[in-house]
Design a protein. Structure first.
Lengths: 423, 423
């Protein structure tokens, strides 16, 4: 590429959003703005890759420095995200050709894609394709997922803040139930995200620092649900501590591998009621043990809870965004900046680098030795890994009692192509 | 009572706990400790009034000043609360005689009862009875309820913090859904507490400061659920803003006055599934509009969320605890300190006083003119009332990423009575 001719960057958010994905966006945009000799404008995809396919680009240069800075403390996806997985090149070459067409039209030389495993795969494909089609694009993936399931990187930006929310919430709810248990609720069940892996559920375990503290039981998707063992454990906790607090992953399955959340609830017409494993567990506690229960389903609240974000997570989200740009400027392509853990105590980390071909389509599972042998709690090893990730508070500014999150203008870039593209 | 002979105080927590009831306890105990010439020890009831009936008293003098100070930032009931309503005197005089017997044995001269409407009634009865039985006890009620339904007082300690949690959470979830709506979830439903009145649901409305902001719809227990009108409104929001965020009170009823949460869900055995109006609404959105949905049930998380407590609420909780002691020292009996609103802008308040006979068994309902004529949102008048109550943040201290809530030693006072009492 000719030196001295800055080319534009494309940035997009992909998949489920987090409390800190905008901090990564902030890192990308602020760093690009510091290198105007190398990078022209940063165009964001409106609704992620869909914006690229439909040539619906957002001109981030229309946003002030203060607005971009405020992205650091604003949850969710400021440009819109998308659950949209590109087909295989062989199955739908038109999709890829369209992407390249749009990128050519807007002189995109850098492709920063902020997402999880699927988007790492898309990022890899764009990189390979641009090479094949002779368009020099540097494709860098910026890691993001509350599921914490990307390989190589020690953790994924977004996870630490969900982890903190879950640990704080189950601690608080534990205090609540402990006070009420004598004459009222004895069992509290909190459902958390994690359909395939128990990372988020495991984080709840951090709240229990001493014997008897909430949560008393964690139900992981990795451990087939054993009704009798569970009930015995609930009974034991109530007898020993007066109450029982349970964190349950939405992905918990029964012995036949079926999601418990699908197991039995019917609406008035007999249709399966989807979602909500917490009420299923609660019903079981009632039926088998006759304890008064309460249950909560945190759902999006947990991943949007920027008000209680982990400072470490915010810093790592920003740092990976920043590093993505710096890697591109150093000439890297088809890579992802990673978090490398240097030490546990004191917790130290630095930015590393992974090849996208080693990242895409590989899931990092919760190690079995993070779960106690009985399957109901986390081990000291898990605690050592998880604890640093929730450290520090990074409060957003408030006005009149409410957090002041930023709303971008999201001004559209003038289209250059006549053609449209159906999504 | 003979001057110069300090008598002991009894303090107990009653009913559902809150994020700030311990701040009231802190106010009571710290203020008592400042008046050792008038008040001896503060004995707390273990599990509220149950502790008084069973002579299970906690000696709060065993706790350090630092520990008592930490109650101010600790959620839930540090001495245990109870859902235990005393019978009418005529129906169960033995209960009252037992209370007086325990109070006599421990030289209780002050009765501070921290709770909602039911406990105000108990407090009144204790006061009347002690007069009748010739035991000079000053009974002062300390207001507490997330339901905000006590009369006379402008607001109830505990409510402001739930209100803040709900407003912050629905704002954050709104940002989340807005980012995802193009290709994924379009409707988000968050269920909040308030079985009889819509105060908490109304507080969610504070998050929507400008047109189109979350929440777009609030479902109140005061407004019979109109399926068609609701669906039309959801459809409209999705068309206009791309998504729809809904706050629904657990107490929403259908046109026949039946709780929606009871309306139809069955477990595998055909038993009614209790709790959870959010999934019922979600199912409706799916069936009638075919929008992808997510739902959350905040349950205890909302009332335990000390991490996002309202500063105004914490201050009022402490102030009413302090005022209760000061009123007793001034010779008052059968009263409750209240919050008096002096002005909205700037928000100013002071402590007032109400007679318990005017407080007990009277519920303050959400005024109809706090709800918009269409029944789906709050009015400017509601906003003027609610907004000051969520103002300010009062963060607890953190260690290793987790809030440091205090656990008391809760040392039992040596029993003086031979008799036991069955609860």
């Amino acid at each position: 590429m000719p030196a001295g001719k800055p080319r534009n960057a494309f940035y997009a958010q992909s998949g489920g959003v987090t409390a800190v994905i905008n901090a990564s966006a902030c890192g990308v945009i602020e760093t690009c703005r510091k290198h105007k000799n190398r990078i022209g404008k940063v165009y964001a995809g409106r609704h992620g890759i869909v914006g690229a396919l439909t040539e619906d680009l957002i001109d981030t240069s229309k946003e002030s420095a203060a607005t971009i800075r405020a992205l650091r403390h604003t949850p969710a996806g400021a440009f819109g995200s998308a659950r949209y997985k590109l087909k295989k090149f062989e199955d739908n070459p038109a999709q890829y050709e369209r992407l390249i067409e749009v990128f050519k039209a807007h002189d995109i030389g850098y492709f920063f894609y902020n997402g999880g495993g699927d988007s790492a795969d898309t990022c890899l494909k764009v990189s390979q394709l641009s090479e094949r089609l002779g368009l020099p694009i540097q494709a860098i993936h910026v890691p993001k997922t509350v599921d914490n399931d990307l390989p190589i990187t020690d953790t994924c930006p977004g996870f630490g803040s969900v982890a903190k929310y879950v640990a704080v919430s189950i601690r608080e709810a534990g205090y609540d139930v402990a006070s009420m248990a004598k004459t009222s609720t004895k069992v509290f069940i909190m459902e958390v995200m994690g359909r395939h892996a128990g990372w988020i559920a495991a984080a709840g375990g951090l709240a229990a620092e001493r014997d008897g503290e909430s949560p008393h039981i964690i139900l992981f998707p990795e451990i087939a649900f054993d009704e009798d063992a569970f009930c015995a454990r609930v009974k034991n906790a109530v007898e020993k501590y007066g109450y029982c607090a349970v964190v349950v992953s939405e992905g918990v399955k029964n012995q036949d591998g079926k999601f418990l959340s699908d197991a039995g609830l019917r609406d008035a017409f007999g249709h399966a009621q989807l979602g909500g494993v917490a009420p299923v567990i609660a019903q079981l506690v009632k039926a088998k043990l006759n304890f008064k229960y309460h249950w909560a389903v945190a759902d999006y609240l947990q991943r949007a809870a920027r008000h209680i974000a982990s400072k470490v997570d915010v810093e790592q989200a920003y740092a990976t965004g920043k590093a993505a740009v710096e890697l591109a400027l150093k000439g890297h392509n088809s890579v992802m900046p990673t978090i490398v853990r240097v030490s546990d105590k004191p917790y130290k980390w630095k930015i590393g680098i992974a090849k996208l071909e080693d990242v895409a389509n590989r899931e990092k599972m919760l190690p079995r030795d993070f779960i106690t042998p009985d399957g109901f709690h986390i081990t000291a090893k898990a605690r050592r890994y998880l604890s640093p990730l929730i450290r520090g508070e990074d409060y957003p500014p408030y006005k009149d009692g409410l957090p002041q999150y930023v709303c971008l203008k999201n001004v559209a870039v003038k289209k250059k192509l006549d053609s449209s593209f159906a999504i």
